[in-house]
Design a protein around this ligand. Structure first.
Ligand code: BV8
Length: 261
């Protein structure tokens, strides 16, 4: 299928010739790994509204429900693996000195694809704008306790929810992800916009481009004189800015687009 895709050969030539590339990904790149997207049918938010759960207010109001939602997602993720789309991006990033990956995803599948190629993670040119579901942190403002191992908890009672191990803190632990209304990690956000503004090409894969400031990152490439290539079965608010819009699944398109001949 990819060979017949209109624009693929031209987009491929553009990316192979580009020196500086920023790849910006959303939930769609993980769809073929079996990770539900946020807004697609059956998406994680199909049953819930984002504002109900992915917010500090929801966590204050009902930490058990928020914990149960993340546990459900972590459990579902345990059975998922990087797909050919993640793997093609990993090869492309490791094969060139000036490719940066900016991801909105918290599923860790990009990092697993990089680690499978022997890369050390977290990789300095991978920027996780919204954190990671695999990490926990203390919810108490001012406490900076953080851990990689998100444990499954029986989130049915407040008393059983995990607490910060720092003596005297006892704050509730929470997923180390960015909720709506929360600031993004400054270092990741700055590095993302810097990479995008210097890039010759922004390759935008699998995002509805509805959530900001992540959705604005590819626009920095345009403002810097670069061009945009989009991989998505559906049009998005970014589509009108794309030099090439490749309408199809990332797992099929990205290897054809990024792997050397
Ligand atoms: C912020 C982590 C400053 C958690 C996520 C009012 C008050 C406060 C803020 C705002 C406001 N109004 C607007 C805002 C800003 C707000 C925002 O943008 N809201 C939107 C809804 C309008 N943003 C924020 O709050 C951000 N912080 O602005 O701080 C601030 C602070 C205080 C006050 C004001 C400003 C924080 C946003 C981060 C939220 N956290 N995730 C978790 O995961 O649990 S968002 C979550 O959804 C993702 O991380 C991602 O970023 C986002 C979008 O999802 P996508 O990845 O695009 O996925 P989606 O399902 O939508 O689309 C999938 C796409 O894939 C589709 O296009 C589909 O066609 C395609 N696809 C499907 N299959 C495939 C495919 N593509 C390729 N191949 C396939 N096979």
């Amino acid at each position: 299928m990819p060979d017949l895709l209109p624009g693929l050969a031209d987009a491929r030539a553009l990316l192979q010739a580009a020196r500086r590339v920023v790849v910006v990904t959303g939930a769609g790149i993980s769809a073929e790994s079996g990770v539900p997207t946020f807004r697609g049918e059956g998406g994680v938010w199909g049953r819930f509204r984002a504002e109900e759960l992915a917010t500090p207010e929801a966590f204050r109001r009902d930490p058990c429900q928020v914990w149960a939602w993340y546990d459900h997602r972590r459990l579902a993720l345990a059975g998922c693996a990087p797909n050919p789309g993640h793997e093609a991006v990993a090869r492309f990033l490791l094969g060139r000195p000036d490719v940066h990956l900016v991801t909105q995803n918290v599923d860790g599948l990009h990092q697993r694809a990089l680690a499978a190629l022997g890369a050390s993670v977290p990789h300095p040119r991978v920027h996780e704008l919204h954190g990671s579901i695999a990490r926990l942190r203390c919810a108490r403002p001012g406490c900076d306790w953080l851990a990689e191992d998100a444990r499954r908890v029986e989130a049915d009672r407040l008393e059983t929810l995990p607490r910060c191990p720092v003596p005297g803190c006892e704050g509730l632990l929470r997923p180390d992800v960015v909720w709506f209304g929360e600031m993004l990690p400054e270092a990741a956000l700055t590095a993302s916009f810097e990479a995008a503004s210097r890039a010759d090409v922004a390759l935008v894969v699998g995002t509805s481009a509805l959530v900001h400031p992540a959705a604005s990152v590819p626009l920095a490439t345009l403002q810097g004189g670069g061009v945009l290539v989009e991989v998505n079965p559906e049009p998005t608010p970014l589509s009108r800015h794309a030099r090439w819009g490749l309408r199809g699944p990332a797992g099929a398109i990205l290897p054809a687009l990024l792997d050397p001949a």
